[in-house]
Design a protein around this ligand. Structure first.
Ligand code: ADP
Ligand code: ASP
Ligand code: MG
Length: 443
């Protein structure tokens, strides 16, 4: 079976839902994972923030603003009076559910997470009702019946395998199996989620759990581009990526994929295709276990990086020093992305500053500690032969005068990482794009 995930813009308008129904109408059984209608999750974040701040009037206004456009959505989505009535009822129920939180005296995190789950619950119910109206054999399976995370927020794949396996067996005759991306239960049995953009991750987890033949991520662009099209002018789609290359790009900020999407698919060698709902005939990107000749494939960037520098003339070269430093990060479950060392100092970067204060306090035992915020990691991904200095030279040459704070090469054969101040990010991405992908053509 194939798993097909449709993102927010792909289900963002009634016409888009109609187009998705067309795309999935072939004879083979499919598992369809949907995101929330675009803009809905952001609106739900806004409503929860207002309720957290006890701005009940503001929250009521925001709820009205969110649901207003859904009336027209429902009118246009369905053709029959019965379908429209069903759609209106879905919207009414969810409006009522969210509005009830305006009465909540002790509004907290668990309520926020329940609100955030509403986007996918609404989109799947509307879409499933549309499929039924149009005569498709559709079944709606609640993701909360088979998606779970553990105490460390890690998805429980074995649980999904067991639960979803049983549900699929019970629904053998269904042609289309529709479910929610993003949402899950946590160890307290509360509604939780796989973090923003998490529907991609749901698709790959579900794909891995059922050993799908293929996982398709349908979005609003024709595959993974060689650079971030939101920032860089001249970008182009990449036809093939290895799992490792795609994982690096996703982890280092290519928004088209949730950072963790690749791992479950890679585990069972399931190809992942990135496809464009607006242009279904475009080739898109195939991510699989196959390398291609091309050396430099793509560039991605990850913002909100903090760099921590520990300086110690006394201890740095003593054996066991780095272990002690790493233990501090381990204690606070904070992962390190980049690291460089010199004789007297070690610099490392983190993307989660939640425990920064405590970490810095503990590191001060080893020497002086400096912290700098607003940094960006720029990651150049491809197949790099370690002895080939050409690539590093081309990277440095492309950057010209742009100051680089850290550089990491040789950690993996797929990745060269640079740390720059976020202020220089756009210029650095543009210069690298020209230098690495277009300079050859100009010569
Ligand atoms: P969806 O709602 O379908 O999940 P997203 O907005 O999460 O879609 O991801 C698609 C967007 O990712 C594109 O519209 C594009 O702006 C952005 N993006 C960032 N980097 C890349 C890249 N390297 N290749 C393609 N798209 C990218
Ligand atoms: N709706 C969620 C979000 O906007 C999940 C997703 O779209 O993948 O983050
Ligand atoms: Mg997304």
């Amino acid at each position: 079976m194939k798993v097909l995930k449709f993102g927010g813009t792909s289900v963002g308008k009634p016409e888009r839902m109609h187009a998705v129904a067309q795309l999935i109408s072939g004879a083979d059984q499919k598992l369809v994972v949907l995101s929330a209608v675009s803009g809905t999750t952001n609106a739900l974040v806004g409503i929860s923030d207002l309720l957290t701040k006890k701005d009940v009037a503001g929250a009521k206004q925001a709820i009205e603003k969110l649901f207003g456009p859904y009336d027209e959505f429902v009118e246009k989505l369905y053709t029959t009076a019965e379908g429209k009535a069903k759609g209106r009822e879905v919207i009414r129920q969810h409006n009522e559910f969210i509005s009830a939180f305006t009465q909540e005296k002790e509004f907290g995190d668990k309520h926020t997470r329940a609100i955030l789950a509403e986007g996918e619950l609404i989109s799947t119910q509307l879409f499933h009702a549309y499929l039924l109206e149009q005569g498709y054999k559709s079944v709606l399976l609640p993701a909360l019946d088979f998606m779970r995370i553990d105490e460390d927020d890690e998805p429980m794949l074995a649980y999904t395998e067991e639960k979803l396996g049983a549900l699929l067996k019970a629904n053998k005759d269904a042609h289309l199996i529709v479910t929610q991306g993003y949402i899950c239960l946590n160890p307290k049995d509360e509604v939780d989620n796989l973090k923003r953009g998490g529907s991609d991750y749901t698709a790959s987890l579900v794909g891995a759990a059922i050993r799908a033949e293929e996982i398709q991520i349908w979005t609003d662009i024709d595959g993974m581009h060689n650079n971030d099209p939101r920032i860089v002018k001249r970008t182009f789609p990449i036809q093939e990526l290895t799992f490792d290359e795609a994982a690096e790009l996703a982890y280092f900020g290519a928004k088209i994929l949730h950072p963790s999407t690749i791992l479950p698919a890679q585990k069972y060698n399931i190809p992942v295709k990135l496809l464009n709902t607006m242009q279904p005939e475009a080739k898109g990107t195939v991510i699989a276990n196959k390398t291609t000749e091309k050396d430099i494939k793509a560039i991605a960037a990850k913002d909100a990086i903090t760099v921590i520098k520990i300086k110690s003339t006394r201890m740095l070269l003593a054996h066991g020093f780095l272990r002690k430093v790493f233990e501090v990060f381990e204690k606070y479950k904070t992962s390190i992305d980049m690291i460089t060392t010199s004789e007297v100092a070690v610099s490392l970067t983190i993307d989660n500053p939640k425990h920064l204060e405590a970490i810095v306090a503990e590191l001060k035992v080893f020497g002086t500690v400096e912290v700098e915020h607003d940094q960006t990691i720029i990651c150049i991904v491809g197949q790099f032969v370690q002895e080939n200095n050409q690539i590093v030279r081309r990277v440095i040459d492309s950057l010209g005068e742009i100051p680089v704070r850290m550089i990491s090469f040789g950690g993996s054969k797929n990745n060269i990482s640079l740390l720059v101040k976020t202020h220089y990010k756009n210029a650095a991405m543009e210069e690298l794009n020209e230098g690495l992908f277009f300079a050859e053509a100009v010569k």
